[in-house]
Design a protein around this ligand. Structure first.
Ligand code: UTP
Length: 295
């Protein structure tokens, strides 16, 4: 057995990014020179996943299109001797195979994952949330896939340590540590205040799930915000079978709101050899201007 498929839900409305998301899907907003969704798909490719399943919604067709070949543009670049750019865009269309299913009503992340049931079939699969970007030497879904395989293809939730005072922003897991990185999960608590948080291990959008999650998704009632929450279904699953959480290696950047997006852009620019020097100079100049009271 091998984990071959990843579900990437992209059907959300992206209201925190209006007005840009009025006409452009949030996932198509770029970090440096590529849309956010490109990084999510790249993570799956690096983990040797074979198929991406987008859960999409009306008006987001451009996401699928981005991952298809564009023969007109390819011809133009070829005729004009722009070989490097040509290879760049050809590779996008050839990265991996894609399937799409529509979520006709945005009833929450849990509901979005349930929409992929038929395309996933009866096998374990990965889930990547495209607005959580993670820079790591080994792709995070790949790290979780390894743990899942070691545990006989059990569900594994990717977690990261957060400062105690920030637990109220995340889903937080509790359970028994099996070693310094992996724990057997008892439950997941949605956004607990620090004094009520069982741990400081937060869940930023990387999962290995098993097909029995679909039954759990059908059994849960609407949860927080009136939406079907994936967290609730995972909690339900953990009562029926062993579910693990694993502290992944990597630096995670939320891009779902303006503050975090801006921070991600600066960090990505500092870590990309094409832009690192430029970014450092900008930061130095701005710091000097601030010191002189010019900013
Ligand atoms: P978010 O909670 O970030 O929601 O969803 P959102 O709609 O994208 O953004 P805001 O909060 O309105 O600004 C987390 C992930 O789940 C997907 C989103 O596309 C995003 O990748 N999602 C959410 C769905 O696919 N369907 C839904 O019904 C809800």
């Amino acid at each position: 057995m091998k984990i071959k498929k990843v579900v990437i839900p992209v059907a959300g409305k992206g209201t925190r990014f209006l007005p840009a998301t009025k006409e452009i899907p949030k996932e198509m907003i770029p970090i440096l020179d590529r849309p956010m969704i490109h990084y999510a798909v790249e993570e799956a490719v690096k983990a040797n996943i074979e198929e991406v399943i987008f859960v999409t919604s009306k008006g987001k067709e451009v996401i699928e299109k981005y991952f298809q070949r564009n023969s007109t543009l390819e011809e133009f670049l070829s005729k004009n001797g722009k070989e490097k750019q040509l290879q760049n865009i050809k590779n996008i269309g050839d990265m991996i195979s894609f399937k799409t299913v529509e979520q006709s009503e945005q009833l929450g992340l849990g509901h979005a994952v349930l929409c992929a049931e038929e395309l996933v079939g009866d096998e374990p699969f990965a889930v990547i949330l495209g607005d959580d970007l993670i820079l790591s030497s080994e792709p995070v879904v790949g790290q979780l896939m390894k743990i899942s395989e070691e545990k006989n293809f059990s569900p594994v939730i990717g977690v990261m340590e957060v400062p105690n005072e920030e637990t109220f922003r995340y889903g937080i897991v509790s359970g028994n540590m099996l070693n310094d990185k992996t724990l057997k999960m008892d439950s997941m608590v949605e956004k607990p205040e620090p004094q009520n948080a069982p741990t400081n291990l937060a869940t930023p959008g990387r999962y290995i799930l098993t097909p029995d999650i679909f039954q759990c998704l059908k059994e849960i009632p609407r949860g927080s915000g009136g939406e079907y929450q994936l967290t609730d279904a995972i909690n339900h699953l953990a009562k029926k079978r062993d579910v693990y959480a694993h502290v992944f290696e990597g630096d995670r950047f939320d891009t779902g709101n303006l503050d975090c997006y801006l921070n991600a852009m600066v960090e990505f620019a500092l870590r990309d050899q094409r832009t690192e020097g430029l970014m450092r100079n900008i930061i130095k100049d701005k710091a000097a201007q601030m010191e002189r009271g010019l900013l």
